[in-house]
Design a protein around this ligand. Structure first.
Ligand SMILES: Nc1ncnc2c1ncn2[C@@H]1O[C@H](COP(=O)(O)OP(=O)(O)OP(=O)(O)O)[C@@H](O)[C@H]1O
Ligand SMILES: Cc1ncc(CO)c(N)n1
Length: 269
């Protein structure tokens, strides 16, 4: 069985973070493992607390998994601080992880910071160059590019190109935050070509954890040997189904439905 690991924060509400990643790995038929960088007390209404784990704790988890079980791909999510980013980058280098998907998580949907402001430099300089695929949303891409505004598909293409020049093999800019469009378009740049992944924009407020789920699916497909454009295509089908059948649990922004494509017999082509 192929294996994928997530190095990310825990979302007690179950819709994002480690929980979303492991549910996605399971649905995509890869064996999921994890290292938890931070615990969050979180639900559909917001983030009530953030409890980063020690460097020692995160290092022990990564060593435990990679020295024994190994992995075919790694996905990183919430890393919280510059020192955790440095540690994770060192570990990925030590274990020669090459299928690395970096979701540069910065802010939760309700606005709570999940990455310290000063850690963006570390993310850009230490972690991004190790990535096979980096998956920023529009505000994250803007932060990586020193506060640039990205509001059109053309600006998404330019941003993908400029972030790819920072070292990762490929960049997908996610278009979930693109206002007033009828479609939700993601733009991939692999160093040579642009690919557009287009879906209808689903009218729902229940989009908690969309980005985590999308990047975890890319990691699962890379683990199975899919190439980057194929992995992103499958992830786009998977997340679109998960949003179409998202769940009205809690009183705020509900989670996506990780088993939607299976329960509703939709094919992930
Ligand atoms: N309303 C929607 N309808 C269809 N697809 C959507 C919608 N919102 C987001 N998506 C898709 O979901 C994926 C994740 O994009 P998004 O920009 O929402 O990520 P994100 O902001 O990182 O999510 P989060 O921070 O909640 O984890 C992309 O493929 C995007 O196109
Ligand atoms: C733990 C965690 N990671 C990522 C996100 C982004 O959706 C979140 N809300 N919580």
């Amino acid at each position: 069985m192929y294996k994928a690991m997530t190095i990310a924060g825990s979302d007690s509400g179950g819709g994002a973070g480690i929980q979303a990643d492991l549910k996605t790995f399971q649905e995509r038929n890869v064996f999921g493992t994890s290292a938890i960088t931070a615990l969050t007390a979180q639900n559909t209404l917001g983030v009530q607390g953030v409890y980063p784990q020690s460097l020692e704790c995160v290092e022990a988890q990564v060593d435990a998994v990679l020295s024994d079980i190994g992995t075919d791909a790694v996905k990183t999510g919430m890393l919280f601080s510059a020192s955790l980013i440095r540690l994770v980058a060192n570990k990925l280098d030590e274990y020669q992880v090459n299928n690395l998907v970096i979701d540069p998580v910065m802010i939760a949907k309700g606005g709570a910071p999940l990455l310290q402001e000063e850690a963006v430099v570390e993310l850009r300089e230490t972690l991004l160059p190790l990535g096979k695929v980096v998956t920023p949303n529009l505000p994250e891409a803007g932060k990586i590019l020193d506060g640039r505004k990205i509001e059109t598909i053309e600006e998404m293409e330019q941003a993908a190109k400029d972030i790819q020049a920072m070292g990762p093999e490929a960049v997908v800019i996610k278009g979930g935050h693109l206002g007033s469009e009828e479609r939700s378009v993601d733009v991939l740049y692999d160093g040579e070509r642009f690919f557009h992944y287009d879906s209808e924009r689903i009218s729902t407020k229940h989009t908690h954890g969309t980005g985590c789920t999308f990047s975890a699916c890319i990691a699962a497909e890379l683990a199975k040997g899919k190439n980057i454009p194929e992995a992103v295509k499958i992830a786009k089908y998977y997340i679109t189904a998960a949003i179409r059948y998202s769940l009205n649990v809690g009183n705020g922004i509900g989670p996506t439905n990780h088993s939607a494509y299976r329960l509703h017999s939709l094919s992930v082509k």
